[in-house]
Design a protein around this ligand. Structure first.
Ligand SMILES: O=C(O)CCC(=O)C(=O)O
Length: 262
């Protein structure tokens, strides 16, 4: 058990999150559980385990542009997926999403009834991946009735500068910056994300960071010959609706209720 943290967000962590827009939470589950998530996601990429309704995108760097659109279908047996969303359908990922620490965090920051906007695998395949430029998640691009506040990002592999670790601008979460959508324009980047403010968030395998959705972040390609896998979950108030359709989202706390059963 050794180095696992307590499953409760402390007041000090909460104030760091409020001030800085991020807080490192350490490891929340045993290494074996992270390894099981890694094996499960590899099995999903390889098509050994299949789900009907999972949003999947092959990494554009895999050289098959016709398969790099995000659609709810399995594309090809490959470890070069970039994104796989809707992972709450998988019981192993669901159990992780419902970890008691994440319950404590959502109770303190969101409320009793919490859903997820997305539960997503973010991959930078070995020697590949794409650059994701400076953006704020859900600043304008997601069309939600209640602004999303938190993402819990877990490193499934150790992340370093060389394999495209997260880069953030601490304290940038206090206002919405982009004029349009979530991505900063070159002019906005020059003002709000100068190199002098960039932090490289290198993390160990299994380490977790709580991010405010508006904390500016980006990542580079993976220059190593090992994958850089990560699992990112955006928790939202269950009252949140997609403005254009009125659609809700899968409930996670107090218990899991898939959209189809709401
Ligand atoms: O995993 C990454 O490198 C980037 C993640 C990201 O941009 C996001 O969660 O919006």
């Amino acid at each position: 058990m050794g180095n696992l943290r307590e499953p409760v967000l402390t007041d000090a962590e909460l104030s760091t999150f409020e001030e800085q827009g991020y807080v490192r939470l350490g490891k929340v589950v045993e290494d074996g559980e992270i390894e099981a998530l890694c094996e499960r996601i590899d099995d999903i990429m390889l098509g050994k385990i299949r789900y009907d309704n999972m949003l999947m995108q092959l990494c554009p760097s895999a050289g098959k542009p016709e398969l790099s659109r995000q659609t709810k279908e399995f594309k090809v047996t490959s470890l070069k997926y970039r994104k796989i969303q809707d992972l709450e359908q998988d019981l192993l990922f669901l159990a992780y999403i419902q970890h008691p620490l994440f319950r404590s965090i959502t109770q303190k920051i969101i409320g009793e009834e919490t859903s997820i906007f997305r539960a997503m695998f973010f991959n930078k395949p070995a020697s590949q991946g794409v650059v994701i430029n400076w953006h704020q998640d859900g600043a304008g691009g997601w069309g939600l009735s209640i602004p999303p506040k938190i993402t819990i990002w877990t490193a499934l592999d150790a992340t370093r500068v060389a394999n495209g670790c997260l880069q953030i601008i601490a304290g940038s979460h206090k206002s919405i910056i982009p004029q349009k959508g979530d991505l900063l324009s070159p002019e906005e980047r020059a003002i709000h994300a100068p190199d002098s403010k960039r932090m490289y968030l290198e993390m160990e395998k299994g380490e977790v960071v709580l991010l405010h959705n508006w904390t500016l972040h980006r990542s580079e390609v993976n220059a190593t010959n090992h994958p850089r896998r990560a699992f990112s979950v955006c928790y939202i108030d269950s009252a949140t609706r997609q403005v254009s359709t009125g659609r809700g989202y899968p409930r996670i706390f107090p218990e899991y209720v898939p959209l189809a059963e709401q």
